[in-house]
Design a protein around this ligand. Structure first.
Ligand SMILES: [Zn+2]
Length: 122
């Protein structure tokens, strides 16, 4: 192995979610990633960026509604895995056709602010 091989950065592997947990009030999904990142993603944000054909016009990529009109009280009722590459959410408005792959989910999660780690020892 040459010197150059040893400093070549490893190709970044897309992070996958290792744990998804719905908060008690169902308004937040906490996601733990394979790269150790943790996000608290609001249900509303997930609903706003649902990628399904009903929510995004396939030919234009345009969203069919104003994301600001999504209720601030939006909840996630159920989380279900799709194979090992994505998950689906059943939202409070019973919308459940969106398939969120890890890439999209991470993109949305990155829009949120990572909560500060609690100062109290575990
Ligand atoms: Zn949708």
């Amino acid at each position: 192995m040459s010197f150059w091989d040893s400093i070549k950065p490893a190709k970044p592997k897309a992070a996958t979610a290792t744990s998804l947990e719905l908060s008690a009030d169902q308004k937040t999904v906490s996601i733990v990633w394979s790269d150790q990142a943790t996000h608290m993603v609001p249900a509303r944000l997930l609903r706003q960026y649902c990628p399904c054909a009903e929510c995004v016009e396939e030919w234009s990529g345009k969203r069919t509604y104003d994301v600001e009109q999504i209720s601030v009280d939006m909840k996630v009722i159920e989380i279900a895995p799709v194979g090992n590459y994505a998950i689906t959410f059943t939202f409070g408005d019973m919308h459940r056709t969106g398939i969120f792959n890890w890439e999209l989910l991470r993109e949305l999660a990155d829009k949120t602010v990572t909560p500060p780690s609690p100062s109290t020892p575990a």
